[in-house]
Design a protein around this ligand. Structure first.
Ligand code: PAF
Length: 285
């Protein structure tokens, strides 16, 4: 596996591969790889001739007081993990190469980026879209692979790609969970084992909601189900709800009643330090 840090070098590599008719897949990441990232890389490996994984802790998607400085970083560890699943290039640009002095362009997806995490983290999706756009430009992939755990990010990215006619296919991959059910996240590394147990309230909420939907004789009120879930989560020590919503999986607008296209989507703070998100389809087939 090759480590590339220079945007001009990755662009030249990508142009060469394209010239040879090779299919490129990009897995955009912020590093500190876990089994979820590795699953995205394996997915990319299945469908592409060349797999590029970007590793960049993107400063412009973090708000003031968020965990930019603390975000876990270990290039050596990540390089070994990526090489182990057959990645061709680990692309790890510097912040000054990505955002040189004078940088002033932002991509803003107006509606899909407004609610949910966008409401709690103003500017977050502008930062995500801007960096994803740059990464797509630099690596020229035919496919880019994103995890469903960041469900709003996936929806916003798909919208950007459609709206800006970008010639790339966005491929989603199901959330990878620990054996306990906790969704894999680099931020889980901030939690003690006990706190991880408390954070399981997110997975329990998914199971609870699915059981309710399965047992319902008529369409369930989304608002009532959300308030039951909020109540359950607020009983778990150290866990505070940011939001619990049931939304249409495409528009991300609130559902009145739960239907086949509904998605339960949640964010909580664990011990005021760690923000975790999770989501799931409610009609589980
Ligand atoms: O999901 C992430 O890790 C990041 O938001 C992404 C897509 C790599 C953009 O920085």
């Amino acid at each position: 596996m090759k480590l590339v840090q220079d945007p001009a070098e990755i662009a030249a590599l990508a142009a060469g591969w394209r010239g040879q008719g090779l299919k490129i897949a990009l897995v955009p990441t912020m590093g500190w790889f876990h089994a979820g990232h590795l699953a995205l890389m394996r997915r990319a490996r299945q469908s592409a001739d060349r797999v590029v994984v970007s590793l960049f802790v993107n400063p412009i998607q973090f708000g003031p007081g968020e965990d930019l400085a603390a975000y876990p970083r270990d290039l050596q560890r990540d390089s070994e993990l990526a090489a182990g699943v057959g990645v061709d290039v680990l692309y790890a640009p510097s912040a000054t190469d990505m955002y040189p002095a004078g940088f002033q362009t932002t991509i803003h997806v107006a509606e899909l980026g407004r609610g949910l995490c966008g409401a709690s983290r103003p500017g977050h999706f502008d930062g995500v879209c801007t960096v994803v756009m740059k990464l797509l430009q630099q690596t020229q992939p035919h496919q880019a692979i994103f995890g469903e755990k960041d469900f709003q990010q996936l929806a916003v990215t798909r919208r950007m790609v459609r709206d800006l006619d970008l010639p790339v296919q966005i491929v989603s991959h199901p959330t990878v969970r620990e054996a306990s059910g906790l969704a894999m996240s680099s931020r889980n590394s901030y939690l003690t084992e006990g706190e991880k147990g408390q954070a399981l309230c997110l997975y329990r909420a998914i199971l609870f909601a699915r059981a309710k939907v399965k047992g319902a004789a008529q369409p369930l009120s989304a608002a009532l189900l959300c308030s039951e879930i909020e109540r359950n989560i607020s009983q778990v020590p150290g866990c505070v709800v940011d939001y619990v919503e049931i939304v249409d999986a495409d528009s991300l607008e609130r559902c009145e009643t739960v239907n086949e296209n509904s998605r339960l989507i949640m964010a909580i703070k664990v011990h005021e330090r760690v923000r975790l998100i999770d989501n799931a389809r409610l009609f589980y087939l």
